[in-house]
Ligand binder design. Structure first.
Ligand code: MAN
Length: 349
């Protein structure tokens, strides 16, 4: 097996029962896909909390935010032939798709990297407005100078796009709106500028011609993006045969920018791989994993809300070590460590 990660012995570190729902009428189904940062001497996780409403016998209920930002419940007759509930993540009714859960982001802090607590002065972050009416998901956090950039998935009936909010203190946020229009997600901004420009990896989808590929964009101000280039595509019969998307910000190494990304098959099995990008021109791909560097194998990765999934969008780096937090089976949060040298070694082969 090619898996070179070391899973923490206390995994999963977080599961839905660890937090209190945002409202008594809601149930937390999943805690997943945290962004990671350091603030005020603590480790911070911006974890995605996916909630649904209690289900009544014979009825399928899904939550949405209405135009005032309050949760509204839509009820469907479970026996209606127009209803399709075959995917745990969504339902389709008469051709219209709804998510079974609605996600917000919760700030958790830690002093030891493995036990987490909430602080009253840092409230949850919710979707707002018509482009976030189905919630916000999978936030990457990057600190550039004294500002944290939060790039996350905005979900609404208008489509799935990338939103940006910035903050310096985690209490006041500037809303920059949708920076990459639908269909786009998995946006990770590089932690430093290259030749004076910001760079970001992102994942537009072009279903008829093209696919779910990783692209690189550049920007002068970190808000307006252009000169997009496709840098990594799906590969037939490999772990990333159906779709791939960036994880957290690329890590600067002597050999190049190291990016840990997720790759999935048509059967929705999500593994992690690595890509090495040129330090001076990150549109040049130096190497890419032939085999996953981590794949679902633990029980909490293989079974859960949506099994066979490992998905990451947050890590901390210290020396040679990457402490990577990840969503397991779309329900739990785990911690795994990697040696940068070892990942680079797999890319030389
Ligand atoms: C998508 C993402 C993630 C999720 C995976 C697996 O790629 O939106 O939120 O973890 O699917 O279900």
């Amino acid at each position: 097996m090619a898996d070179i990660s070391i899973r923490h012995k206390n995994n999963p570190l977080l599961s839905p029962k660890n937090l209190i729902p945002s409202d008594p009428s809601m149930i937390i189904e999943c805690l997943l896909n945290p962004g990671v940062f350091e603030f005020d001497g603590r480790i911070g996780l911006l974890v995605r909390v996916a909630e649904r409403t209690a289900q009544k016998e014979g009825t399928v209920s899904v939550p949405i935010y209405n135009s005032k930002g309050n949760v509204e419940i839509l009820n469907f007759d479970g026996a209606d032939p127009k209803l399709d509930t075959s995917d745990a993540r969504l339902i389709s009714y008469d051709g219209t798709v709804y998510l079974t859960t609605i996600s917000h982001l919760r700030l958790l802090f830690s002093d030891d990297a493995t036990t987490f607590y909430e602080l009253d002065e840092y409230p949850p972050i919710f979707g707002e407005g018509e482009y976030e009416s189905y919630g916000i998901e999978d936030c990457r956090v990057v600190k550039i100078k004294d500002t944290y950039y939060l790039t996350y998935t905005m979900v609404s009936p208008n489509g799935v796009g990338v939103g940006l909010r910035t903050t310096k203190d985690w209490k006041n946020f500037e809303h920059k709106g949708m920076i990459l229009s639908p269909h786009n997600k998995d946006c990770a901004i590089f932690e430093e500028r290259i030749n004076g420009k910001f760079y970001a990896l992102h994942r537009p989808s072009s279903p008829e011609l093209g696919g779910n590929y990783i692209w690189l964009g550049e920007s002068l101000d970190g808000e307006h993006w252009g000169n997009h280039k496709c840098i990594a595509k799906t590969r037939k019969d490999k772990f990333d045969s159906k779709r791939l998307g960036a994880g957290a910000a690329p890590i600067k190494t002597e050999k190049g920018w190291l990016q840990i990304y997720h790759g999935a098959t048509a059967e929705h099995r999500y593994c992690l791989g690595a890509i090495l990008l040129d330090l001076k021109d990150p549109s040049i791909v130096i190497a890419r994993s032939e085999e996953p560097i981590m794949e679902p194998s633990a029980d909490y990765e293989r079974t859960g809300f949506f099994g066979e999934v490992i998905f990451t969008n947050g890590h901390r780096v210290s020396g040679d070590q990457i402490e990577m937090y990840y969503g397991a089976a779309d329900e739990f949060v785990g911690l795994a460590t990697f040696s940068i040298k070892e990942i680079l070694k797999t890319l030389e082969q």
